[in-house]
Design a protein. Sequence first.
Length: 716
Amino acid sequence: MADPVPSAPRNPAKRTVLRARRRRTAGGRGSLGRPGSDLTRLPVALDPRGLSLVEGVRAAFAFAIVLLANEWIQWPPLLTMALAANLTCFCDTGGPIRIRLRVLTAFSVLGGLIWGVFGLIQPYGPLVVVPAACAVIFACAYARVWSVQAQAAGNVLVVVLCIAMDRALSPEEAAIIAAMFLAGGLWATVLALVLWRLHPYRAAHRAVGEVWHALARLTGDLEKLAAAPETVAAAFDGHARAHRRGVRAGIEAARALLLDLARSRERVSERTAQALLRLETAEQLFSGLIGIAELIESAPEPHRRAAAKLFLRRLRPLLIAIARAIRDDADLDLPRLEPAIERATAGLEATPILARLAERIVERVRIGAKLSTPEGYRPGGALADGGSLGWRTRFFGPLRTNFTLASANLRHAVRASAVCAPALAATLIWAGPFSHWLVMTVVLTMQPFYAATWQRALERIGGTVLGGLVGALLAQMATTPLMQIALILPLSIVGFAARQVSYGFFVACLTPLIVLLIEVITPGHSSWEVVGMRALFTILGGLIAVVSCLLLWPIWEPDQVRKELRRALASHAAFAEAALADTAPPEREARLSTCARNAGLALNDLEAALSRALQQPRAGHHPEVEAAMVADATLRRISARLTVLRHAGAPTQAEDGTWKAWIAANLQALAENRYPLPDRPGGARSPQLQRLVAQVDLLTGTLRPGQVREAVSAVA
């Protein structure tokens, strides 16, 4: 008989306590770097890990020096140079030196050309300027297909475009402004990459160290679940969404960073190899912890939960110690740590499956600790064949792949240029000193998906209003240009240091800086006038961006959910086939690692689509979205059970052969929407497969038409 799915307790008081505990363990509202468990809530929480004081000081120094030079020389083109240096700092999102150099240099050249050319054609009016500007906006919005760095540069180039249309230029003025913009951009580039160069491996250490910290947080939350006398299934769903999604995203982000670093140098250095090994070890440890979570959830025996709690309590400090060593680039005293590693698995002999999983986890902890010792370094070598792509493939490949109406990036670029056309015409016909903020807000707020646009609009409007009030008060205090520059320096440090903490917080810190910069560059405006106009255009532009995402070529999220669900089902079918196959251990382990990673990535993409759907008007109550919510939780359990079988060994009884084949075939049929489904075997099955079969049955019932409400009630 299949294992029943746990249901919520009927006692209202107990239900309230469990809900409170679930909120605590799930992590509450998430941030962009650390998603929460509630997919209906926008991830707008502050992320203090993104604070970078060094970046703030460097960015402030880049243009404050030029502003001070202008106070001494009194030559207006220096203000253009200072603005260019400031905007170049916005484009610098970090990463390998070569990639940053290409992006920042391209921005400096293109920014100068855009300002000069559009200053020259500005007198020709909307019939000439608007089509040319829309073409530039389309190209800047479409640049996101290449990378995050290109996306940032494209957004800031739109800002340059809007500023360029404020005033007509003579050929001599256009040449001077283009040259000074290039000089300012190159000055900021040289400062960032040569004179004030950050440690090239620091970002990699931080990314890998954060993965280990995330594993420690996952372990701590899992320990709380193991300590609870009774935990409902929803608590484990919240744990999985709050932690597994974030860990998987962190692993992939760190992997991309390390591979970019290796490609930029055309070889794998000792430090890069060490970081890659640490990341691989963390991923294997992550897989083991997923198996531990499955054992805790499915264990009716109190002693198994107690043993798991004991093991997790010993494991967490070890993970924290390794994470700190990676983050601080420090060496660990392995002989001193070894006794704690040895004690981690003590007392688990009564639970063989848990003991085997714990031993695998502890072995990975030992490897991670050894990699943080001088003896743990590995020699570097050349980048493997195929690791470095030719420049034509890197440049034209993403353009061709995304040049289809099914691409969210192409729709976004078309939408941005179409919406900005009337806004550009209005700002040219009814010109004003601050009208360009309307187009800026529309482009910078608009995102490929409605949920992201809605979040960006809320954060930008709230941050602008709050920061504008602070900026107006500071401007009243600063009565001379030197006092204004003296305030600009700390405001710039705070603003740029907080750019990765939260977009809303970043805008709130940046708006006072903009208010004071306007006072310096174009004096004569009241600070309250500046704040009022910026707030007005920000609110209007935000509303235009949100409405346009709903009306112009929208991406209907239930369709995206359906697509991602099929992909998740297919990846889990491959995972099940690999985990339940009777192949040689080396071959099986290599295939399982790939299948487990693909399944985890597919679930992350499914939950991202679900989150967007739940935040889209009316889409959250769509039957397919409700079914996908249940299917997502069920697939998480199927993945966890397959992970247990992966590490503990798949059952080998003869009668299990038909059940193993049915599990993989059923998941594949669901992925292909192929009915009727394979016939369910009628024979006996081993205890190791009972829970897995029960979850596949639940998934089948959920995705069958007419079964959505019953499935939601079963896992509530």
